[in-house]
Design a protein around this ligand. Structure first.
Ligand SMILES: [Cu+2]
Length: 120
């Protein structure tokens, strides 16, 4: 009885360490990459929705975030994928808006949302 309890305890410690190591490796290797665009002409939620839809169609897109007040559109790449910023710019222009600035940032959509919340 005592022996089986001991071996059970050791097993669970081992699996916990395994999960911990896997998580640590995951977060260092998978640095998020997003394209942040400053867009003129977006005035309402429908504009935001339309842009979001067309950008979500790209196979490399993991997430899209549109902030109307700040005129910002953020597209996050799927892990290990690279976004084509020119294609993003073209998609937004095709939808009828003006792209005034494009930059690649080492942040996820979640990171950018949190940073904006912190600034408020
Ligand atoms: Cu609109």
């Amino acid at each position: 009885m005592t022996t089986s309890l001991k071996s059970f305890a050791m097993k669970s410690v081992a699996s916990c360490t395994g999960i911990f190591l896997a998580t640590a490796a995951f977060s260092t290797v998978m640095a998020a990459e997003s394209v942040k665009a400053t867009v003129n002409g977006m005035v309402c939620a429908f504009c935001a929705q339309g842009i979001e839809k067309s950008l979500m169609k790209m196979p490399q897109t993991k997430a899209v975030f549109v902030d109307l007040k700040r005129k910002v559109v953020v597209v996050e790449a799927k892990d290990g994928q690279t976004l084509d910023s020119q294609k993003i710019s073209a998609e937004i222009k095709d939808a009828g808006y003006d792209v005034v600035k494009l930059e690649t940032v080492p942040q996820s959509v979640e990171d950018i949302k949190n940073a904006m919340k912190a600034k408020k």
